[in-house]
Every structure is written in C-alpha cells, then in structure tokens.
Design a protein around this ligand. Structure first.
Ligand SMILES: Nc1nc2c(c(=O)[nH]1)N[C@H]1C(S)=C(S)[C@@H](COP(=O)(O)OP(=O)(O)OC[C@H]3O[C@@H](n4cnc5c(N)ncnc54)[C@H](O)[C@@H]3O)O[C@H]1N2
Ligand code: MOO
Length: 401
C-alpha cells in the first residue's frame, strides 16, 4: 500500500492549473491570480501631504517666522505655482506638495491671519511628505501569480489602477456517489437506505477549495449505471467518486469507470480512514475514488482532493497547513496505516494547543466529525504516546470545511 505522501505526490504530479479568465476586480475575492499583476502607476502618484496644514520651505521656518500665504492646494486640485522664499500654500491630507516646498507645517503648529501664517513649532525638512512611489512604483508586481486575492490585494490592485484581473478559471469538479442504499436527503428512505451525506459534503469541500461542484445523480451498484452517470466527464476538470471503492461484491466503481476508459494509477493506501482510495484517469480527466464511509470520504477529501482542486485552481501552496499541539490523552501504538484522529482542541496555560482524540473513531460517525476541531496525524508504526507529548495536527476549526 502506498504512503499518504506518495499518494499525494502521484495525484498532484500531472495536474495542470486551469487557464485564465478576466473578472471584474470587485468580484475577484478568493480567486487565484493567473499572472503577475503589475502596478500601472506610482503610488502616491506624486509627493503628497500626509497632514492638513501649510506647504513650506523648512529653512524659512523658525519659531515666530511669518510666511505669506500665496495659494491653496486642495486634494485633486494641485497648486500650479511655486512656493518661493518666505511663502506658503494651504495644503490638505493627500494634496500634491507644490514645487518649492519641502515640508508640511501642520495647522496645529501655526496661526493664520489675513494671508499671514505665523509658525509656532517649525517642521523638519521632509516632514509629513509622502514621497512619490513610496507605496509602490509603476511596473512593480502588486499581486504575484498564484495568490488567492484577499480584500487587501483587491485594494492594492485597485490602487494600482486595475479594473479587471486575470484569474484561473474555477475548476469544475463532478461528484458521483454510488450505492443502492443512497437516497436524496429529504426523500423517503427505503428499508436499509441511508441519506446521501457525501455528495453535499463534498460539494461544499469543492466550493471551499475554489471549485465548481457538479453533483451527479447517485449511481446504483451496477457497472452500467456507474458508467452511464459518469459519461460526459470529459467536460470536467476532476471526477470525485464516493463509495464502491472497497473489496465487496458490489464495490464496482473501478469496473464501472473502466467501461468508459478509466486507467487506474493506484488503489489502496496506508491510511485510516481512507484505505481504499483510488486514483486514475479517464482520458485527460483525473479521477479520485473516495471511500464511501462519510468520515473517510471527507478526510480523504481534505488530504487528497483539496490539494488536487487547489492545484487545478492555480494555488501554488496546495496542501493544508499543519500545526503542532500537545496530546490531551494517551494514544496506543499505531499499526502500518497513517492515522487521522478526530480531536478537540483546547489551550494550555502557556497558550499552546492541546489536541484530545475522541474515544470513538468510527469512520461512519459524522456527528463526531462535525464537532472535531483538528485531526491528529499519527505516522505509521508510531510508538505509544503519552498525554503532553507533541503531535502534528491539521486544524479544522480555522477552516470553513
Ligand atoms: N473486507 C473488507 N471490508 C472493508 C475494507 C477492507 O479492507 N476489507 N475496507 C473498509 C474501509 S477502510 C472502508 S472506508 C470501507 C469503504 O467502502 P466503500 O468505499 O466500498 O464504500 P461503501 O461500501 O459503498 O460504503 C461504506 C459505508 O458508507 C456508506 N455510504 C456510502 N456512500 C454514502 C453516501 N453517499 N452518503 C452516506 N453514506 C454513504 C454506506 O452506506 C456504507 O455504510 O470499506 C470497508 N470494508
Ligand atoms: O479506513 Mo475506512 O476508510 O474508514 O474505515
């Protein structure tokens, strides 16, 4: 069985990010920049005042100096003349500093009367002047390719005079749940049936990764139904299946998809939950076969589908970040499968995180999954661990997944 890291590497190996599309800047939150975005101008565009007051020549300003007020430079209406010796121009925050001036005398440090401005506290040369281009210069990269645009990036790109930005097209991810027992949530459920939790849960995961989920109708446990429902998959960027991945007589996802050209890259990995994970391709479309147990489907979704979708979406750092915590309870020795234990988080007196595994780790228990704040990662063959020892975790409380 493959290790988690080998499986991740093979899944990501030949994924190609989607191509670019232009979107209005105001709609670009969370989208991934498809190219470097360059400043189209200097910011500030010229030397400007950072305070309300008077543009002066610092050398003219001593306590009680009297300057002659020769004009005004409101923001957006630059003063066209020069500030000559002994002269000053009224100025405001964001106004262009007129030629000749080299400092701003803030109005709290001056007294104006009948076109005469008396200095009370002189400014230093250069004081309260924001220099042209001190924020960014024309031609400078303001948003690098591969960055998920934040509100701050959008503000920056707007200041750099962009109305449209090139971003990666959202990857289309088809989701196919399988199983005769699966019913649409809200529908009457036949004896032995179960509501389909995987499809809406995986659709939400796809959205959280920046993709567009396409929820296919659930397939019956026959190869022909699985093949029928996955037809047309060539228009998607990724196919996620859930269920039918294991070894039972009715676990037919591979055989069904082989009818429409699936070639399997690997099947089964050393991980709990998630042992029967499958990876392959139908034509150019990558396929991830997730286990049907909903916890296994979601954990494999986080560990494998999330980085795959993020890579397709153009992210340059596709994996979920890992954190360190200390164990809130003892853990037994691990077997050969990497374990992802559902856990709660609390804070130690020193502020550090404490991760405490739930006593029940059944991969069908969605309520525990929904209440989990972290996954404790236990490597294969880990020795028994004591409360207080360090452990690696994936935080779920900071994700909206
Ligand atoms: N003899 C063995 N049996 C099993 C093994 C094994 O190695 N040898 N592996 C186990 C592991 S690990 C997992 S995980 C499951 C995965 O099985 P499948 O992927 O084939 O999933 P199903 O059998 O179709 O379903 C499992 C379970 O999950 C429920 N399910 C399925 N789809 C949904 C859905 N969309 N929404 C809600 N619940 C769903 C299904 O009813 C079953 O209860 O295999 C073990 N068996
Ligand atoms: O390892 Mo299976 O993925 O839950 O029970």
């Amino acid at each position: 069985m493959l290790s988690v890291a080998e499986a991740q590497a093979r899944i990501l190996a030949d994924l190609v990010p989607t191509g670019p599309e232009l979107v209005p800047l105001a709609d670009s939150w969370g989208r991934i920049a498809a190219t470097d975005i360059f400043a189209r101008l200097d910011n500030p565009p010229a030397d400007v005042s950072s305070m309300d007051g008077y543009a002066v020549r610092a050398a003219d300003c001593m306590p009680d100096s009297i300057l002659s007020l020769v004009g005004e430079s409101p923001a957006g209406h630059p003063f066209s003349g020069q500030v000559g010796p002994g002269e000053t121009v009224r100025i405001y925050t964001g106004s262009l500093v007129p030629d000749g001036a080299d400092a701003i005398l803030i109005q709290e440090n001056a007294h104006e009367d009948q076109k005469a401005v008396t200095v009370t506290v002189p400014p230093a040369s250069g004081q309260y002047i924001r220099r042209r281009g001190q924020d960014f210069a024309q031609g400078q990269i303001v948003v690098p390719a591969g960055r998920a645009l934040t509100a701050r990036d959008i503000g920056l790109a707007a200041a750099a005079n962009h109305a449209w930005v090139p971003v990666h097209r959202r990857p289309v991810v088809a989701i196919l749940s399988t199983g005769d027992e699966i019913a649409l949530p809200g529908e009457p459920i036949a004896p032995g049936g179960i509501a389909n939790s995987n499809t809406p849960m995986l659709a939400a995961l796809v959205r959280a990764c920046g993709g567009i989920p396409v929820m296919l109708p659930s397939a019956r446990d026959t190869t022909s139904d699985i093949a029928r429902l996955a037809q047309g998959i060539e228009t998607a960027d990724l196919l996620l299946t859930a269920g039918g991945a294991s070894v039972g007589r009715y676990d037919l996802v591979q055989q069904g998809l082989e009818q429409i050209g699936l070639s399997v890259d690997f099947w089964k990995i050393a991980m709990r939950p998630g042992k029967p994970l499958m990876h392959g391709r139908i034509g150019r479309v990558p396929v991830l076969g997730l286990p049907g147990n909903p916890v296994a489907a979601l954990v494999c979704g986080l560990v494998f589908a999330l980085p795959a979708i993020r890579t397709l979406a153009g992210h340059t750092t596709p994996h979920l970040p890992e954190d360190l915590a200390s164990l809130g309870g003892d853990l037994p020795e691990n077997d050969r499968r990497a374990d992802y234990l559902r856990a709660t988080l609390s804070r130690a007196p020193d502020g550090g995180l404490i991760a405490t595994a739930f006593s029940r780790q059944d991969s069908a228990m969605l309520h525990i999954l929904a209440r989990s704040e972290a996954l404790i990662m236990r490597p294969p063959h880990a020795s028994p661990a004591r409360a207080g020892e360090p452990c690696r975790i994936i935080r779920l409380d900071t994700l909206s997944i």
